[in-house]
Design a protein around this ligand. Sequence first.
Ligand SMILES: Nc1ncnc2c1ncn2[C@@H]1O[C@H](COP(=O)(O)OP(=O)(O)OP(=O)(O)O)[C@@H](O)[C@H]1O
Ligand SMILES: O=C(O)[C@H](O)[C@@H](O)[C@H](O)[C@H](O)CO
Length: 176
Amino acid sequence: MRSPVVVMGVSGSGKSTVGAALAQRLRVPFADADDFHSAANIAKMSAGQPLDDADRRPWLEAIGTWLAEHGDGGVMSCSALKREYRDRLRGHAPSVVFAHLDGSVEVIARRQASRPGHFMPPALLTSQFETLQPLAADERGLTVDVDQSVDAVVDDLAVGLADVLPDDLPPEEGNR
Ligand SMILES: Nc1ncnc2c1ncn2[C@@H]1O[C@H](COP(=O)(O)OP(=O)(O)OP(=O)(O)O)[C@@H](O)[C@H]1O
Ligand SMILES: O=C(O)[C@H](O)[C@@H](O)[C@H](O)[C@H](O)CO
């Protein structure tokens, strides 16, 4: 069976950009968890307030449903900041693999600041880092450094995923 991939990380780490490019490379469907938020969640973040567990619960359910529907391959960009959120997603799609886009607050703040017209205010980056629980050793996934070009990040992901999912990727992707 092929597996869905969740590209995770704090706001501004590159999930939307990298996730879309990865899906294209793997030739699988792509979805962005930003598009699954309720209007109330978007309004809350836009007003500079971080989401809490209750705000994220129905959102995670919708994302889990998408992952379950894409058990044979798909990429979802979703912050998935806490272990308990990832456990929830795994409950829907047990084969899911998490790809953490990891970077320093300096690099990510710089990218967020130069991104025009996004609802997420840069001031919320601190709470994103405070909430983030990196992948634990028992979680199926990989971590990639975002302090490099988008192409290089996607290359690292494709190579790393080939190790995590040796039977899932087309040979030309898996053997890069
Ligand atoms: N590796 C990279 N090198 C340079 N710029 C990047 C890289 N990855 C992403 N960016 C840029 O950084 C900004 C943030 O990226 P993006 O919107 O994809 O992040 P995100 O994690 O999806 O954010 P959010 O969760 O807030 O929607 C964008 O302007 C994007 O073009
Ligand atoms: O869990 C969260 O707090 C949210 O997912 C945020 O991270 C936003 O959706 C997004 O990343 C903002 O751009």
